[in-house]
Design a binder for this molecule. Structure first.
Ligand code: ADP
Ligand code: MG
Length: 325
């Protein structure tokens, strides 16, 4: 099986054709027609086997997650998804693996109208690099530098499931119902595209939580020259994670929850006057959103516990050049 057979079989016909793709897979470049008046939002994310997902991860989950983490970046900018190109490096031309990979990829591509328009196929250690392009209206992007002291801080969904799932896999803990849910959240994160689009109606700073809440919120703080107070007992936990801690007779491990990554929820600031209207729109679309703190004029993030004490959490999100799994 040659590289060209794989391209023709698995990548040539996009699961989702779009009118704005004038030339997709099959020529030297894709030719794309961006809508007039829109800005392009472009992002790239690489997933390396053993770094971004455990080696045991199913091909369909890897395909799904490659697209999900890229869509999450578009969500954090308030962009609507359009096109993707996929550079994939495979240890061997394993057709059943690729079929499953593309099945997971296409599942999400259909949901969010993403057309696969090109890429590159090579032989080497399993690595997936996806480039994604979306559209955003001029001046509407949810830039990180838009937060102000006094703004409220919100996040979508729940925090800490993915890291708990990952730890269970790494520690070979038997997966009960709660841990299965956490592993599902690790493998199949839901990109918050609709939340991001909704937020473009407001002047908010947003980021997607990929490296850990504290690390990612710190990026907003640095870009906006603010600090933040985060209230640990307001952090939204899933029922499964609550039960997981209750079963072990443990209090929630705030260190792990607030610094573990892979949640792919959005964290954003919103001024207090706009918050009610924003919350109404989230409710109408049935997107879970929770206030977790507020921006301050200090220059650091304080994590405050139920007793009102500042907890000394080590803000150590994942940093590729500092750690090896
Ligand atoms: P070239 O050598 O000109 O770069 P390739 O032989 O690498 O072209 O690719 C042929 C066509 O297949 C191109 O249109 C390219 O974008 C597409 N392609 C290659 N690999 C992938 C992939 N993994 N996913 C999607 N399209 C791909
Ligand atoms: Mg090539």
């Amino acid at each position: 099986v040659s590289e060209f057979d794989l391209i023709n079989h698995f990548f040539k016909t996009s699961a989702l054709p779009r009118d704005d793709v004038l030339q997709g897979v099959g020529d030297d470049c894709a030719l794309l027609a961006p809508p007039p008046g829109k800005q392009l939002a472009i992002s790239t994310d690489t997933l390396i086997s053993g770094v971004h997902f455990p080696q045991s991860t199913l091909a369909a989950d890897i395909g799904y997650k490659s697209l999900a983490v890229n869509l999450s970046d578009l969500a954090a900018m308030g962009a609507s998804p359009a096109w993707a190109s996929l550079a994939i490096s495979l240890p061997e031309a394993d057709q059943s693996w690729l079929a499953n990979f593309m099945q997971g990829f296409n599942e999400l591509a259909r949901t969010y109208n993403v057309s696969l328009v090109g890429g590159d196929t090579t032989c080497g250690p399993l690595t997936i690099t996806l480039n994604i392009v979306g559209f955003v209206d001029e001046k509407k992007a949810l830039k990180r530098n838009r937060a102000k002291a006094g703004d409220l801080i919100f996040m979508t969904g729940t925090l800490g499931d993915a890291v708990t799932g990952l730890n269970a896999i790494l520690n070979k803990t038997p997966l009960d119902k709660n841990l299965q849910y956490c592993v599902q959240r690790l493998n199949r994160p839901e990109p918050q595209i609709n939340a991001g689009l909704l937020l473009t109606r407001f002047r908010v700073a947003a980021i997607d939580i990929s490296d850990g809440l504290l690390t990612d919120l710190n990026h907003i703080c640095t870009a906006s020259k603010t600090g933040a107070d985060i209230f640990l007992n307001q952090l939204p936990l899933s029922d499964s994670l609550k039960q997981y801690y209750a079963q072990g007779d443990h209090q929630p491990d705030w260190q792990t929850i607030s610094c573990g990554g892979d949640d792919y929820e959005l964290c954003f600031s919103c001024d207090a006057q706009s918050a009610d209207e924003m919350l109404k729109l989230f409710k109408a679309q049935q997107i879970k959103v929770t206030q977790i703190g507020h921006m301050t004029s200090g220059m650091k993030i304080n994590c405050i516990d139920a007793e009102g004490k500042v907890r000394n959490l080590q803000n150590r999100g994942y940093n590729h050049f500092n750690e090896k799994q």
